[in-house]
Design a binder for this molecule. Structure first.
Ligand code: NAI
Ligand code: COI
Ligand code: MG
Length: 366
């Protein structure tokens, strides 16, 4: 198979974890006889520095000419005082909007080797298996007006019926391939957007009689996620709630550094990105866990290219290295087996080369 992949490393640990994912993709290409044309382009603070634009036109063109996008992370204190249009995060929001990547799929599944790193009891942690479906191109991060004066600030939360319909439909479709339950998270006791969200859920559920539906307020969901995440199969929610809840969910499987995601639209095109940010506190030190980026690349192979065997091989290789007792510092809490980002990737590639038969089909949800 011949594919073009836009690679947008971004800022902080973005370049480190993206390089790791690229090495794994190159190894897969070699082993399975594919050609991946990797086209690097700038986004975020790095792009602000080079082009005075967090999402330069050149980058959009590279992505438009590609079959999928692999992204690291953006942001850093260097750009914190920039005006809104020159902030790194604006580049990420804009690329999601430009490509209409309305569904952010964040699978959260127990990782056998890391049960000891979870704050949950092992018997609870080992059964965690859920997918967060987060609306990604609307809500509070995009609503207008967005204004600031000395004395006040305004953000606007808007959702249209259509925007809600397409994301809840995506959640229903995913639930059908799993345990058949959707938990819709909102704040319908207070927010008008949430009341509309609940209404649309109630309407759309009639098209999916085989799927069980549950409504939950976001504050209660935040509690439930940490007390009994086994209650969730597919969680669907708006942009900001999904952003917050998925970082929370990441720790129950070991670390934020483990959680991949796919930001997709209906035709299979997607941007694949770790859930974590640019982690400036550990950038450039070889401490970044590249697993989330590597597993995001696996999601890309499966979802955008239909390369299921290759995706499963990557997932098995990452799990295999962790099973062998190696990992970056964020997951090896007892101090043993800690390896650098680079060493971890080398081990993943060695594991891939051992032609392991996959036992870990982790993230086949999109
Ligand atoms: N998708 C993106 O590009 C995102 C960007 N950001 C940006 O990233 C910057 C830092 O934000 P934070 O709130 O610190 O969130 P963060 O996700 O970058 O880091 C939170 C904590 O998790 C750790 N961590 C994150 N990824 C890790 C990895 N792969 N391996 C090991 N440890 C990891 C960090 O060291 C830090 O202690 C900000 O500028 C923020 O706007 C934040 C979230 C997502
Ligand atoms: C710019 C932010 C919305 C990035 C983020 O935290 C995320 O998408 O998870
Ligand atoms: Mg986030």
């Amino acid at each position: 198979m011949e594919k073009t992949i836009a690679v947008l490393p971004g800022d902080g640990i973005g370049p480190e974890v993206t390089e790791a994912a690229v090495k794994v993709l190159q190894s897969i290409a070699m082993r399975y006889g594919h050609t991946f044309h990797l086209k690097q382009a700038a986004i975020g603070g790095t792009a602000v520095d080079q082009f005075e634009n967090p999402l330069p036109q050149e980058t959009i063109e590279v992505c438009e000419a590609s079959d999928a996008i692999l992204l690291g992370a953006v942001g850093g204190s260097k750009w914190d005082r920039n005006p809104a249009h020159l902030r790194p995060e604006k580049g990420l929001l804009n690329i999601r909007k430009h490509f209409d990547l309305f569904a952010n799929i964040r699978p959260v599944k127990a990782i056998p080797a890391l049960l000891g790193s979870s704050p949950l009891k092992q018997e609870v942690a080992k059964e965690v298996d859920m997918v967060i479906v987060r609306e990604l191109t609307s809500g509070l991060y995009f609503g207008e007006p967005k204004q600031r004066s000395e004395e006040a600030a305004v953000d606007t939360l808007v959702y249209t019926r259509k925007e809600i319909e397409r994301i809840v439909d995506q959640a229903f479709e995913i639930a059908r391939t799993r345990r058949g339950k959707v938990t819709s998270i909102d704040k319908a006791n207070v927010l008008e957007t949430s009341k509309l969200w609940r209404e649309v859920m109630e309407e759309r559920m009639t098209a999916y009689p085989d799927v069980e539906v549950e409504h939950m307020l976001v504050d209660s969901a935040a509690m439930k996620l940490i007390t009994d995440p086994r209650a969730f199969d597919v969680m669907v929610t708006e942009n900001m709630f999904g952003d917050i809840l998925s970082d929370e969910a990441s720790v129950i499987t070991g670390s934020l550094g483990m959680l991949p995601s796919a930001s997709v639209r209906s035709d299979g095109f997607g941007l694949y990105e770790p859930v974590h940010g640019s982690a400036p506190d550990i950038a450039g030190q070889g401490k970044a866990n590249p697993s989330a980026a590597i597993l995001s690349a696996a999601m890309m192979l499966r979802h955008s290219f239909g390369l299921h065997t290759e995706a499963s091989a990557i997932e098995a290789a990452v799990m295999g290295v962790l099973d062998d007792g190696y990992g970056t510092g964020d997951v090896m809490r007892n101090g043993k087996g800690i390896v650098s980002t680079e060493k971890f990737v080398t081990k993943v590639i060695e594991e891939l080369e051992r032609e392991l038969v996959s036992e870990h089909i982790m993230y086949a949800y999109v």
